[in-house]
Design a protein around this ligand. Structure first.
Ligand code: ATP
Length: 943
């Protein structure tokens, strides 16, 4: 059949039987589509993508740039200054220049914002999930955008559904459809229904929809529509994957803008009023010009751009270190994290499980072999050569059968390497079964699964019911008693304590006996012994039944089971984590382990990694449940390991830590971790093993699932914050210096305004802006991870920043005013050929610029002298200083620029005098560092 004959997207799939839908879409329930079909359909239907309804149009973004109050003020300044010039009969150069700069600023802001939006979109693409499908008869993972109608898609808990589809099979499937219907409660879905045509979206219980979340169970789905044809596509109000919110700092800077504008207007009023009172109206125009210059000077025009660039560079550096930022505020606040709560499996450990031990009533066996390869043997003890024959060992046969059947993973060989698709714990069990020659395909055929209660982190176990076919009955399996006479076999695996609770008998050899207390104790002791070695231990049980229960199969069936044995698997710690934990400790950050695993396993690994130390407590989920929230708050500071916890406990732990004033980063991967991730100050999802739901709730995604990456991102966060503070000090200090210098001119009785608005804009945007950008990429200071975190709620002006700005601004003004006083006297009295009497103004302009060059050089470190720093550790600073100095000299000596900026040629001596005065600024800051050091050493000596 040709593609054109495929059903229209408007087909009412919910009214059709599953098989009919498969037929209509020319697919196959078991083998899915072929590669050729997929290619053709991709051509016809396009990629499975939602065309996002853009939040803002390009014009909107451009117009937004001018909504900034500082720019509005600049436009007002331009209008007044233009009016004055025109009245005087001069060309309104300043006004035009200001307009050009305002426009340029707008364009620059526009380019930056569009780029930032593009970058966020790219990050979002990196975060899009993979989808499990069956194609050409094989299960594979493909990118969500590659899905086409007719694909057979596999769903499990935690997955975000990637397209609309008709259910072919569903086991306890529960889906949260709030993205579509607003209904927060999960909806239970069934494959076998056929519904009325007019069933509403929320009632179409045999369909699943794009963008909804599987919260429980599993399903096989026939994709019916993709991309914009899906229900979500139709309503096209997309839940944004990555939010581009303003950071707290950007918000505070916005507020600062308001303060500065108001402040400058008040200043203008004061200067004009004071001037008019003392000198009368004759000087009004001059006073107005002074005021306009002051208004321009007070506004740090370059600052917002530098902040945006710094945050953007920060996210890029973090992505290079495998931390994908989803919400921009996280870049800035990461540095303030005081506690990192981390999952164990996969984050602290490698999540590469290898079964080491099998322990049954008769024996404890060592298992050899490496990785997931199903090659290895069972031995009585590690050093012995004698291997166990599985066929002689009843419990082992039953255990390996349970490993094979009570399992959702797939073990595959690709390019000679054994890989798993699915949960590594289950992968390890398949590999274990393979070592006893149990083939997954063969046994799932002989004992097909017909019901199940899926695994969840709350239940910590899973069960399946398999039908015993004739084929199975004919198998030569001595140990698997009841195979002949039973109709069905139920297998359960999970946390040993919880699985054992469901057991009433035990298999010993080929016999079954009732389970007494002594045997229970022995099993639990063995479990503790294995867990104490840091092994992840699972318990196995089974039960034969003749018939299936009426109605749904659920966890109430998990009783009267026969205990088979324990399996202990090793999940080695990640080698880099030990050092990362150590770095956390030095940086005043506490690492806490939160795991669903056994307390002894958790404790052994936590001790190995240095997370748990003498006197630290291990708190178990059950104990935690008995504590009230205030009691938990009393405990949290002493607990470094939480074991056997459920996702809802995580939420309580974060809340308790926050109540104690901690700033918490919390990792999570499961569907039910989302509330804790949202509550945490920094919610961190796993890029590889994380469910889509957890990613959606997170602020940051670890692309490599690695704990060490959190620490690296925290370090980057600290560097970003330190650099932002550094250039804020640098830029605002300069603004204060400029304002005071301009205000001083009329007060000292000097004729004329020392700096024109145009010159001030030049300084704020170019001669301050370029070095500030260079300071934004300053590398980490050596002590960045050897000091405690700063309070995230502290003001940006805290810890001396505000006083530094004012102090340095005043010092800069004093040096410049001193120069101004001298230069005024000198230049008005001394007129060599070709030199102008107004040269003093250019000297003030040049001194301010050059002083800021010295400032940039010195401000690279708060404590180290400039000569102690490697000038090439941030070559951008030297480069920007050199470039800016050359540009400044061009403004003075290149005639067209000179005319445009209203500068005057300076003699060599005059330039040297400017340089001399500017150098004082550099010397002052270096002396401040020496003073700080001296004070610190004195304080140390006094202690
Ligand atoms: P973390 O939160 O550090 O990732 P975890 O992965 O050990 O910890 P869970 O996956 O919730 O936490 O597992 C909790 C317990 O459930 C395990 O200790 C194990 O006993 C049991 N378990 C884990 N995976 C399965 C599974 N696929 N089937 C049955 N039981 C399992």
């Amino acid at each position: 059949m040709a593609l054109e004959t495929l059903p229209s997207p408007a087909t009412a799939w919910h009214t059709l039987e599953a098989d009919k839908s498969v037929l209509l879409l020319e697919s196959d329930r078991d083998s899915g589509l072929t590669t050729k079909q997929v290619e053709e359909r991709l051509q016809t239907y396009g990629a499975n993508e939602l065309v996002e309804k853009a939040g803002r149009t390009s014009l909107g973004i451009f117009i937004d740039q001018f909504k900034n109050i500082m720019l509005v003020m600049l436009i007002a300044v331009a209008l007044v200054s233009g009016a004055i010039d025109i009245r005087k009969g001069d060309f309104p150069k300043d006004a035009i220049a200001i307009f050009v700069i305002v426009l340029l600023n707008g364009i620059l802001g526009y380019v930056q914002e569009s780029r930032a939006e593009q970058a966020l979109a790219a990050l979002k693409r990196m975060a899009t999930p993979k989808v499990r499908v069956i194609r050409n008869g094989t299960v594979m993972e493909v990118a969500g955008r590659q899905i086409v109608p007719g694909d057979v898609m596999l769903l499990e808990a935690g997955v975000q559904v990637a397209a609309d589809g008709r259910l072919l099979e569903a086991q306890n499937l529960q889906v949260r459809e709030s993205a579509l219907t607003g209904e927060a409660e999960g909806v239970i879905k069934h494959a076998e229904l056929e519904l009325e045509k007019d069933a509403s979206l929320g009632d179409r219980l045999n369909l699943v929809f794009h963008g909804t979340e599987v919260i429980q169970g599993r399903a096989k789905v026939l994709v019916t529509s993709t991309g914009m044809q899906t229900e979500l596509g139709k309503i096209a109000t997309l839940i944004q994957g990555i939010e581009s919110e303003d950071t707290p700092l950007q918000r505070r800077m916005g507020q600062l803008g308001n303060v500065l504008v108001t402040g400058s207007l008040i200043l203008v009023a004061i200067v004009v009023a004071f001037g008019v009172i003392t000198t009368g109206w004759s000087k009004f125009e001059e006073l107005l010009e002074v005021s306009l210059s002051m208004a321009v000077a007070v506004v740090p025009e370059g600052l917002p751009a530098v902040i945006t660039v710094t945050l953007a560079l920060g996210t890029q550096r973090m992505v290079k270190r495998n931390a994908l930022i989803r919400k921009l505020p996280a870049v800035e606040t990461l540095g303030s994290v005081t506690t990192i709560c981390s999952d164990k499996t996969g984050t602290l450990t490698q999540n590469k499980m290898v079964v080491q031990v099998v322990s049954t009533a008769s024996d404890t066996l060592q298992v050899t072999g490496e990785g997931y390869a199903p090659n290895g043997a069972f031995k009585r003890n590690a050093s012995s050569d004698s291997m166990i024959q599985v066929s002689e060992y009843g419990e082992l046969q039953k255990l390996l059968l349970a490993c094979t059947l009570c399992n959702d993973a797939l073990l595959q060989q690709k390019k000679g390497e054994w890989i798993i698709i699915g949960d590594p714990t289950e992968g390890a069990l398949l590999s274990l079964a393979g070592k006893g020659n149990y083939d997954q395909a063969e046994w799932t055929h002989k004992l097909p699964r017909i019901a199940e209660v899926p695994f969840s982190s709350e239940r910590k176990r899973m069960s399946v019911v398999c039908e015993v076919t004739q084929n199975a009955k004919e198998s030569d399996l001595d140990g698997v008693n009841h195979l002949q006479e039973s109709g069905y076999l139920m297998f359960t695996k999970g946390s040993p304590e919880l699985t054992l609770e469901c057991c009433t008998s035990i298999q010993i050899g080929k016999d079954i006996q009732s389970l007494d207390d002594e045997q229970r104790d022995r099993i639990l002791q063995e479990n503790n012994r294995l867990a104490g070695q840091g092994l992840r231990v699972l318990g196995f049980a089974y039960r034969p039944t003749l018939s299936l229960p009426e109605g749904d199969f659920n966890e109430s069936e998990e009783q009267h089971l026969i205990w088979i044995g324990l399996v202990g698997m090793l999940d080695a710690p990640r080698p880099e984590v030990r050092q990362a934990v150590q770095r956390c400790r030095e940086a005043g950050i506490r690492a806490v382990m939160i795991t669903g695993d056994h307390q002894l396993t958790a404790k052994a690994i936590a001790e190995n990694l240095g997370i748990s130390k003498e006197g630290d407590r291990v708190l178990i989920g059950r104990e935690l449940e008995e504590l009230t929230q205030p009691e938990l708050e009393q405990e949290v500071d002493h607990v470094s390991v939480y074991a056997r916890v459920s996702p809802e406990h995580k939420l309580r732990i974060v809340q308790a830590l926050q109540a104690k004033g901690h700033f918490v980063a919390m990792t999570g991967d499961g569907v039910n971790d989302a509330p804790a991730l949202k509550q945490a100050d920094i919610g961190i999802a796993m890029g590889i093993t994380g469910t889509d739901v957890s990613k959606e709730a997170s602020d940051m995604i670890l692309l490599d699932d690695n704990f060490a990456t959190i620490v690296a991102a925290t370090e980057e966060g600290r560097v970003v914050y330190t650099n932002i503070r550094r250039f804020i000090k640098y830029i605002l200090g300069s603004n204060i210096g400029e304002v005071l210098t301009i205000a001083a001119a009329p007060l000292l009785g000097l004729g004329g305004v020392p700096l024109t608005p145009l010159q001030i804009l030049w300084m704020n945007l170019v001669t301050d802006g370029l070095p500030a950008l260079a300071l934004a990429v300053e590398p980490a200071e050596p002590n960045v991870m050897r000091r405690p975190p700063y309070d995230p709620r502290e003001s940006i002006f805290a810890r001396g920043l505000g006083s530094y700005m004012i102090r340095v601004g005043i010092v800069l003004a004093i040096f410049t005013i001193a120069l101004m006083g001298w230069a005024y006297g000198y230049t008005t009295n001394f007129h060599p050929e070709g030199l102008d009497a107004d040269r003093w103004k250019t000297m003030v302009f040049t001194t301010l610029c050059l002083a800021q060059m010295g400032h940039a050089l010195a401000i690279r470190s708060n404590t180290q002298l400039t000569i102690e720093l490697n000038p090439f550790s941030n070559p951008f600073v030297l480069a920007s200083i050199s470039l800016t100095t050359v540009l400044q000299l061009m403004l003075i000596y290149v005639p067209p620029l000179q005319r445009f900026f209203g500068t005057h040629i300076l003699s060599f001596t005059e330039i040297m005098v400017c340089l001399g005065f500017s150098t004082l600024m550099f010397v002052w800051i270096e002396l401040e560092k020496l003073f700080i050091r001296w004070r610190a050493s004195k304080a140390l000596a006094l202690r």
